[in-house]
Structures are given as structure tokens and as C-alpha cells.
Design a protein around this ligand. Structure first.
Ligand code: ACO
Length: 402
């Protein structure tokens, strides 16, 4: 079946499939999804098992290298990550130049792009050691870059990483710590952050991952490809949905109209009004990631801020949707983003940072998919066809006669 594409290669036939809803762009051994059954597995391991028993660093290793690490492999991977957390001072200065009210997503994608200018001797897409060094640099520096964007937006001084902390603990430190002071890690918050990153780590050929592969298929380097992925993630129909959910909940809450009235607007398809955090191209069943995060949302929100008014509102929207024909007929269930924003808010992140948090979590998946793409002998430059609908050939009319 996988070779059909090659067989059709020279027939001149073109398939038309908007949004690639039925077109496989690649074969892949990284992630398996069964959208009807609500199954998600990385390298054969269920997301439930990974979320319960694993760590983000371990899942990153699994996605990128294909196997769960031994203790020795994990220690060495972890040590390499800790060594590379600091960004070049000149890169850090970029953040002084961005406007104070800029959105953090473009700051992050621009910084990843800029990283390629600092590591010019490590950009070969054919040298395994160079690819591996870029992999480590990206994984280690992404949390630092994300936090620089956060501190910039918040007007807070930069906190440098402390390499006695693991990647997730350090992420909390650089976001919420104070310069030159040790950071006391809250174990509940660290566990929740780690689990959220695991739940976002990969999701096969979604919009941003397909973008990373498409850009990489021209043999653009890892930094260029990942920077493009961050931009694809930014839209509200993809990673941007997590902040859109919170904005939606705040709007409902402030309007005092109640959830029922909002749902009527959704069902009447008022322009721009969708139940954000609901629906998925592949899942026509409960998103397994949403099921996991819903379970922990209560515990985390109760302990961190007591902001459960919003959680109650989200639960009632879900309850209405699951009993309503509009949503049932279209198989619309909560996706991963429906509950995550509430947790990020409880942790103290501003709303415009939510999609950056998604990007930090998704990074190992993008890298694993890019590496698989670059090694795959079947990879060709991504170059879709089109159905031309414009004018037939016309005679050129001189400007005086138009
Ligand atoms: N609220 C209301 N109606 C919806 C929603 C929603 N969230 N999602 C889909 N629908 C309706 C559509 O209007 C359409 O109805 P119709 O058949 O009467 O025209 C039908 O369900 C099918 O929707 P499509 O947009 O064709 O489905 P598609 O697979 O193209 O889109 C998507 C999937 C983009 C996720 C969509 O469900 C959506 O916009 N959801 C809200 C945004 C969101 O939460 N995005 C996050 C996705 S997950 C992620 O990136 C991690």
C-alpha cells in the first residue's frame, strides 16, 4: 500500500484532497493514533502509561531515539541537556529589542531561527553528530527561550537556568524564580508541568509537524524547520486553541449570559464562534489526552489557586455538548486544549504564553519527525499539485487599450 504513490508518479493523475484529510504524506514509526477508538501511542507505548509512569525527558528520548532509555542512557541524555540550557548573550539581547507588548510566539520562533546564526558550524543535515548536537541544543534552550519571552512580556528581570535542576524544574525556575536566588520547586507543579509536556510531545502529522517535515524536505536545517513549526502552531485552529479556550471562558463568564446561550451561538454558526477546545480532525471520540488532563485538572486547580469557577464553567460546557445532537452528530469531543489553559492559568502563566507551552512540549516530536524524514530514503521535496481554476491563455493588452 505504501508504494501506491510511487506507482502513480508518472501517470499525470492528480488527487484533490483539501486539508489532506485522506492523504498520507509519509510513512512514520513514531506515533500511532486510532481516532475512532481514541488511542494514542508513542513508539508503541500508550499515552496513559507514559503520562502515569514516565518523565518528559524520558518521552523525548523515546520519541527521538525510538526506545525507552536505560538508566545510563537517560543519565547521559539528561546531563547533556543540563549542560546546554544557557543561550548566547547576544541572542538574549534580542529580547530587549522586541516591543514590550509583543506576543511571545513570534519571539520564540524568531529566536529559534536566530539560533542557526550562532551555530553555523553545526548545520549539516547529513552529519549525525551535528544533527544530534542541534537536537540537544534545541531541547535544552527552548525552555530558556520560552521563559525569556515570558519575562519580557511580564516586565520581569531575566532568571538564569540552574543546572542542578532538571529540564522541567528549571523551566519553572526561569519563569517564576528570582535572579540570583535558589528556586524552591513545588513538586505538584513540577509533576503537572512534566505531565502536560508529555501529553503534547507528539501527535503524528498535524499541521505544525507536517510543516516541519515539509520545510525540512528541502534540506533546510533543523532550526529553520522547527522555527516554521512554531509559526504553524500559532494559529487558533491548532496550538492557539489553548489560549482561545480561556478567552472564551472569560468572555462567557463576563457576559453573564451563561453557557446555554453561548452554545446557541456556536450551533447557529455565528461567524468566528466555535466551541474552542472541541473537535479534532482525527479523533472522532474523546481525545485520550483530554481524558488524562481532565482527571488531574481538579486536583491541580484546587491546590494552586482555587480558580475552580472557570473549571466548573468548562465542565458544564462539556456536559451540554456531550448531550447535544449538534455535537454528537459531528463527533465533537474535548481535545487536549480544552482543560490545559485552566491549569496554565492556575500555575500563573499569562494567557498569551499558553501556546508557547504547547511548543515546548511538542518540540521532541518535531525533532523526532524531522530526523525520521531526513533519514528516510523515500523522502522527496514536498511539492503538492494544484487544480488550476484561473483564466485560459489570454492575449496581452497594452496599457493604453485596457
Ligand atoms: N465548535 C462548533 N462546531 C464545530 C467545531 C467546534 N469546535 N469543530 C467542528 N465543528 C463543526 C463544523 O462547523 C463542521 O460542521 P458542518 O459539517 O455543519 O459544516 C463540522 O463540525 C466539521 O468541522 P470541520 O471544521 O470540517 O473539521 P476539521 O477536521 O476541518 O477541523 C478542528 C478540526 C480545526 C480542530 C475544528 O474542530 C475546530 O475548529 N475546533 C476548535 C479549535 C480547536 O480546539 N483546535 C485545537 C485542535 S487540537 C490541537 O491542535 C491540539
Amino acid at each position: 500500500g505504501l508504494r501506491i504513490g510511487s506507482l502513480l508518479k508518472d501517470t499525470g493523475r492528480v488527487t484533490y484532497d483539501p486539508g489532506f484529510a485522506n492523504t498520507a504524506s509519509t510513512s512514520s514509526a513514531v506515533t500511532y493514533i486510532d481516532g475512532d477508538e481514541g488511542i494514542l501511542r508513542h513508539r508503541g507505548y500508550s499515552i496513559e502509561d507514559l503520562a502515569e509512569n514516565s518523565t518528559f525527558v524520558e518521552v523525548a528520548y523515546l520519541l527521538i531515539y525510538g526506545e525507552l532509555p536505560t538508566q545510563e542512557q537517560l543519565d547521559s541524555f539528561d546531563a547533556r541537556l543540563r549542560r546546554h540550557t544557557i543561550v548566547h548573550e547576544d541572542l538574549r539581547r534580542f529580547f530587549q529589542a522586541f516591543p514590550y507588548d509583543a506576543h511571545p510566539m513570534p519571539m520564540v520562533s524568531a529566536s529559534i531561527m536566530a539560533m542557526s546564526t550562532f551555530y553555523q558550524d553545526n548545520l549539516s543535515v547529513f552529519d549525525d553528530e551535528q544533527i544530534d548536537l542541534s537536537t540537544i541544543r534545541l531541547l535544552a534552550k527552548m525552555p530558556t527561550i520560552a521563559a525569556l519571552a515570558h519575562r519580557k512580556v511580564a516586565g520581569l528581570p531575566v532568571v538564569h537556568p540552574d543546572n542542578s535542576l532538571n529540564i522541567v524544574e528549571n523551566f519553572l525556575r526561569v519563569n517564576f524564580g528570582f535572579p540570583s536566588e535558589p528556586y524552591e520547586v513545588d513538586p505538584l507543579m513540577a509533576k503537572a508541568m512534566d505531565q502536560l509536556f508529555i501529553l503534547h510531545a507528539d501527535h503524528e502529522q498535524n499541521c505544525s509537524t507536517s510543516t516541519v517535515r515539509m520545510v525540512g524536505s528541502s534540506q533546510a536545517n533543523l532550526f529553520q524547520s522547527i522555527s516554521a513549526g512554531v509559526n504553524a502552531l500559532a494559529g487558533p485552529l491548532h496550538g492557539g486553541a489553548n489560549s482561545a479556550v480561556l478567552e472564551m471562558l472569560e468572555e462567557i463568564s463576563e457576559s453573564h449570559d451563561g453557557p446555554q446561550k453561548f452554545m446557541e451561538r456556536v450551533k447557529n454558526k455565528e461567524q468566528g464562534v466555535r466551541l474552542m477546545g472541541f473537535g479534532h480532525r482525527v479523533y472522532k471520540n474523546y481525545d485520550p489526552r483530554a481524558a488524562i488532563i481532565k482527571k488531574t485538572a481538579h486536583e491541580i486547580i484546587d491546590q494552586m489557586s482555587g480558580a475552580d469557577e472557570m473549571l466548573d464553567l468548562a465542565m458544564s460546557l462539556e456536559e451540554i455538548a456531550l448531550a447535544d445532537d449538534y455535537f454528537v452528530e459531528r463527533s465533537l469531543y474535548p481535545n487536549v486544549d480544552f482543560y490545559t489553559g485552566l491549569i496554565y492559568k492556575a500555575m500563573g502563566f499569562p494567557t498569551n504564553m499558553f501556546t508557547v507551552l504547547f511548543a515546548v512540549g511538542r518540540l521532541p516530536g518535531w525533532i523526532a519527525q524531522w530526523r525520521e524524514m531526513i533519514k528516510d530514503p523515500e523522502t522527496k521535496i514536498g511539492r503538492p499539485r494544484q487544480i488550476y481554476t484561473g483564466e485560459p491563455e489570454r492575449k496581452y493588452v497594452p496599457i493604453a487599450e485596457r
